[in-house]
Design a protein around this ligand. Sequence first.
Ligand SMILES: Nc1ncnc2c1ncn2[C@@H]1O[C@H](COP(=O)(O)OP(=O)(O)OP(=O)(O)O)[C@@H](O)[C@H]1O
Ligand SMILES: [Mg+2]
Length: 238
Amino acid sequence: MYKVVNLVKNFDNVKVLKKINLEIKENEKVVIIGPSGSGKSTLLRCLNLLETPTKGYIEYKGVKLTPKSYKDIQGKIGMVFQNFCLFDNLSVIDNLTLAPVLNKIMTKKEARKQALEYLKQIKLADKLDAYPSDLSGGQKQRIAIIRTLMMNPEVILFDEPTSALDPEMIDEVLNLIMEVAKRNITMIVVTHELNFAANFASRIIFMDQGAILEDGDKDEVLKHPKTERLQQFLSKIN
Ligand SMILES: Nc1ncnc2c1ncn2[C@@H]1O[C@H](COP(=O)(O)OP(=O)(O)OP(=O)(O)O)[C@@H](O)[C@H]1O
Ligand SMILES: [Mg+2]
């Protein structure tokens, strides 16, 4: 699905990603962990072309990601942010139906029907006409997640989807992500929730200082870390 080749990203003179090489297969469920500033968000943003590589390139299904090629696949790659990124001036239903209707994936009627179905599944059907400011953080994030589903994505990138939430709301969001994982969608999740990672992921990547230090089966990485850096990181989190 993804092939990342010698990806380098610099901001001014700061080397944020140092020659990343990575392949991600279709339907893989990947968790990325690592200390603050290690480049996790930057890598995720490169996969969505929110950042342009300084050197190297990324292929998506065999096609090199460029601003031009990205236009065709844009809708296929969903993203969920730490701070939700809902449109505050739009109601829940409009947040959900805007993109699929604008991108002609569904008619307005179809989009409304699909949105209602998703809202029922997450038990927020009564929030149809509410505005984001009326919702809790956990509710906002669950709306943001079903908003990505409205586009029928092939990939969803999650950047610390629960870091901005009060502790009691974290599980409702992680449970929804586990539900989404039953679908045939490639999912890449940056998170510090190691219990969730152990349940959700098939594979875990550990980043440190702009490089991938470990990458493998979740049990290997979590239970038998090879590098001292990962051992330290895991003991700090636990
Ligand atoms: N737009 C930018 N301009 C300049 N520097 C940036 C920019 N975005 C990120 N950086 C720098 O790149 C480095 C990596 O940042 P990044 O946000 O990718 O790390 P992260 O692993 O996601 O960290 P966190 O866990 O805190 O979210 C940091 O040193 C950060 O200051
Ligand atoms: Mg980050």
